[in-house]
Design a protein around this ligand. Structure first.
Ligand SMILES: Cc1ncc(COP(=O)(O)O)c(C=O)c1O
Length: 416
């Protein structure tokens, strides 16, 4: 008998959607393709030699526990050094027991969905939004209320309006999801005043703030702005970060800092998911920090990515038509491009692929749709020459598209 798998899949599973970016990554593996689509770190940013040294040290000194199951909370030593670092560098008031090690920041997002969202619940997210978060939240059948970003990182007037509207119908969102520093996908950073205002609003309406911070370390210029978590005295902020952009994503290591009552629930949820995070990776990450390598290596990554950002910005200035606008991120891995309204980046995508250059369509970052004329470009992954060539190709595609849409505007189809 043929398996009737549709009967067996849960309702939840039938709602799962593959992320458009994952699908895109397949196209970008075509030979000769210059891809600004993936959010990948540059392999030159992997501290290969240092990792080798750390692994050797573990083999010489402490190999058995590194190969054993570990506690769900994570390796005690690693939680300790992370707490110390978050306190020293970011003024987050935390100790070892406030830190939970996760299988990447992505698992943190999944635990948030598991522990906070029932079907029909409402959450807020700044848009454009990181797709992986939306994917994690959508799996739990919650309603998303998008809050637009502005040059302060969040439109707090719109947030208040939306909250009032929801409040009138008896809805109080569970949380707001935001990436306040060098955001994925826009590259924008939330101002200090808006971080504090967001905390006030969250307190007024009693919802949590999920602060996702994978890029905060990768600052190229200017002074850093402290995480929202550092201003949180009431346990209202759940702070997430990751080793993916400062060590290597293959380690699958992230962490959460949150109040005890929240962490305890996450730990119960995590036990069912994977018992514990990859123990061997945790030992390597611990050696990496203990050996004093992390800070020095982050400096190297920042230098590399700053150069790549500058190469891309220069190329954009040189090749892109004057009607096109872009963000100038002071850190992170992404630039957000806004094209004239006559261009739909989804419709243009296949033309770009034909010229062997790829981007992510802006609309993909809007869970409820919107902003069809934008795109996200990643500058960390490609080589410098590839960046110049890719931007040149993309500029040609845009010029062609502008010429076509201009003609369409000027000469309406016959009979119209
Ligand atoms: C904003 C954001 N959050 C979370 C993640 C997931 O990171 P990790 O590799 O730690 O799972 C990413 C990855 O790119 C990201 O950009």
């Amino acid at each position: 008998m043929v398996v009737n798998i549709d009967r067996i899949f849960s309702k939840r599973a039938t709602r799962f959607r593959s992320s458009e970016i994952r699908e895109l990554l397949k196209i970008t593996q075509i030979p000769g393709m210059i891809s600004f689509a993936g959010g990948l770190p540059n392999p030159l940013a992997f501290p290969v030699e240092i990792i080798h040294e750390c692994v050797e040290k573990i083999f010489q000194e402490d190999i058995e526990p590194a190969l054993q199951y570990g506690s769900t909370e994570g390796l005690t030593q690693l939680r300790g050094v992370l707490a110390k670092r978050m306190k020293k560098n970011y003024h987050i008031d935390c100790e070892l027991h406030d830190v939970l090690i996760t299988s990447g920041a992505q698992q943190a997002l999944s635990l948030i969905a598991l522990c906070f969202l029932d079907p029909g619940d409402t959450y807020l997210t700044t848009v454009p939004a990181y797709l992986g978060a939306i994917q994690a939240f959508q799996a739990y059948e919650a309603n998303c209320e998008p809050i637009p970003m502005n040059d302060e990182g969040i439109d707090t007037d719109s947030l208040r309006r939306n909250l009032k509207r929801l409040h009138r119908t008896g809805i109080i969102p569970k949380f707001i999801y935001t990436v306040p520093t060098f955001q994925n996908p826009s590259g924008e950073t939330m101002s200090l005043s808006h971080r504090k205002e967001l905390l006030d609003i969250a307190s007024e309406y009693d919802f949590l703030i999920i602060e996702d911070d994978p890029y905060g370390e990768l600052i190229f210029e200017g002074s850093s702005i402290q995480p929202i978590k550092s201003y949180d005295t009431k346990g209202r902020v759940v702070y997430i970060s990751t080793f993916s952009k400062i060590l290597a994503p293959g380690f699958r290591l992230g962490w959460i800092i949150a109040s005890k009552v929240i962490l305890d629930k996450f730990i119960q949820g995590k036990q069912a998911a994977d018992l514990c995070t990859n123990v061997f990776s945790q030992y390597v990450a611990y050696e990496y920090i203990k050996g004093g390598y992390l800070d020095k290596h982050v400096e190297r990554i920042k230098e590399l990515y700053k150069r790549k950002r500058d190469v891309m910005l220069e190329a954009l200035k040189e090749y892109f038509p004057s009607e096109v606008k872009w963000t100038i991120p002071k850190g992170g891995m992404f630039i957000w491009i806004t094209l004239p309204k006559s261009i739909d980046t989804s419709l243009m995508f296949q033309k770009a692929i034909a010229k062997k250059v790829a981007y992510v369509v802006g609309e993909a970052f809007y869970p409820e749709g919107g902003d069809y004329n934008s795109m996200r470009l990643n500058f960390s992954y490609s080589g410098d020459e590839q960046i110049k060539e890719g931007i040149k190709r993309l500029a040609e595609v845009i010029q062609d598209e502008l010429a076509t849409t201009f003609q369409q505007d000027t000469f309406p189809p016959e009979g119209v």
